[in-house]
Design a protein around this ligand. Structure first.
Ligand SMILES: [Cu+2]
Length: 145
């Protein structure tokens, strides 16, 4: 019985009307952006997206006021070489987490401010297919070796 109760509770939440909801049903864990030495205009941001949605949660676009452009990218192994590729969306199944991490899915950041340094926070507004959006702040970190 102990195992059944949380499941029933989850189903109850999913049946509640969410028409008035403007906040996406997502929890964002540890957003960070890679800082590398030298004045580099481009970088990548990473985070874990945890879906609290009853249906597929689809990230469609990301914008920022601090940088020029943000794209969603993935990495493919093409003939033994890791290559970046732009994706149109990032889809997260109900009750799952999607990890954006080095070597995999990431947010490609173009046009960082000249003053960009470790500890800076870059705003990222995640825009979902259902019209909801959420602004988070990725903190600049040097990648640990
Ligand atoms: Cu990229």
């Amino acid at each position: 019985m102990k195992k059944v109760l949380p499941l029933l509770f989850g189903m109850f939440i999913c049946m509640m009307p969410i028409a008035q909801s403007v906040e996406p049903q997502v929890v964002v864990h540890d957003p960070w952006i890679r800082w590398l030495p030298g004045e580099r205009p481009n970088s990548a941001a990473y985070m874990t997206l945890e879906s609290k949605s009853c249906g597929d949660l689809v990230l469609r676009a990301v914008t920022s006021v601090k940088v020029k452009t943000v794209e969603m990218h993935t990495m493919d192994n093409v003939d033994g070489k890791m290559t970046m590729r732009k994706v149109k969306e990032i889809r997260i199944k109900p009750g799952t987490q999607m990890e954006l991490k080095p070597g995999g899915l990431h947010l490609m950041i173009f046009g960082l401010p000249d003053s960009f340094k470790v500890g800076d926070k870059i705003d990222l507004t995640l825009k979902f297919a259902d019209g909801t959006f959420k602004t988070i702040y990725a903190v600049a970190k040097a990648p640990q070796e």
